[in-house]
Design a protein around this ligand. Structure first.
Ligand code: PTJ
Length: 247
């Protein structure tokens, strides 16, 4: 069993995600601020009702279509993503037929090694044929300073469409400035990433990835049907409406 809590516990999923972060922290995979970022996400998830709201479901379907139609799609992963949904992001890369690239904000050689090892172990256990990039950066993302700008030319640099879950606003903005379609997954519709991305899915990461994995590839809505401002406004409206007449 992955976690000692009973799956029938009303907070089981939340406890499981926290447990995954604790395990990843012990393996040296996480940034020091990873738990702060997670706590912020949890707060927004409460406000959204801990469910995939209709506008997020629509954005997820459009984003999946954008990834499928892209010439060079890439899934960018950081410490929190690998910890919370390492298996799911690998399975999504397999479904799309694209590489994963480890690209972290707080980049150290030790963290990069821990994350790449974890992903490679998962890939072997799942028996998937997915390229895991990030170990040999030979390019930089223009507009970002320091080690966090490092990336691979056959991955993030040449990507035309890139999924960046739980990302920081600067990287998101820099990738958009490179002309890429940047798909953000972020529970906070007010975050800079949510605002700056080309498409934003306001949903919990692991829930969103599970949805993407279940979605059939036929009949997905067109990329042109995406409305960024409406998607973010719908998420905010859900939060505000959910608070009215609560007690
Ligand atoms: O591994 P690194 O070095 O790349 O660092 C990763 C973190 C997440 C620590 C770093 O990118 C960071 O500090 O991120 P922020 O600026 O705190 O932004 C994270 C965003 O993700 C926030 O807007 C949170 O609301 C949101 N978030 C947190 N957990 C989840 C989430 N969104 C979706 N699903 C979650 N589980």
């Amino acid at each position: 069993m992955e976690h000692a809590a009973d799956p029938s516990h009303p907070r089981y999923r939340s406890l499981l995600m926290r447990h995954r972060l604790e395990v990843a922290a012990k393996k040296g995979m996480l940034a020091d601020s990873a738990l702060i970022a997670h706590g912020r996400g949890e707060a927004y998830d409460y406000l959204l009702g801990e469910t995939t709201i209709p506008s997020a479901d629509a954005a997820t379907r459009i984003a999946l279509n954008a990834l499928m139609q892209a010439e060079h799609p890439v899934l960018s992963v950081n410490g929190n993503v690998v910890a919370l949904a390492g298996d799911e992001i690998l399975r999504l890369a397999n479904k799309i037929g694209c590489p994963l690239e480890v690209n972290i904000f707080y980049r150290t050689p030790e963290r990069m090694e821990a994350l790449l090892n974890d992903l490679n172990e998962r890939k072997e256990r799942l028996g998937l044929d997915v390229d895991i990039l990030g170990a040999e950066p030979d390019a930089t993302i223009p507009g970002l300073k320091g080690p966090r700008a490092k990336c691979e030319s056959k991955g993030i640099l040449r990507a035309d469409t890139i999924l960046v879950p739980l990302e920081d606003g600067d990287r998101c903005e820099a990738l958009v400035a490179m002309g890429k379609t940047v798909i953000v997954i972020d529970l906070n519709p007010l975050s800079r990433s949510s605002q700056r991305g080309s498409m934003t899915i306001v949903d919990e990461l692991s829930r969103c990835l599970e949805n993407m994995l279940e979605m059939p590839l036929e009949g997905l809505p067109s990329v042109e049907s995406y409305n960024h401002h409406q998607t973010l406004q719908n998420a905010l409206d859900t939060i505000v409406d959910g608070m009215k007449n609560k007690f």
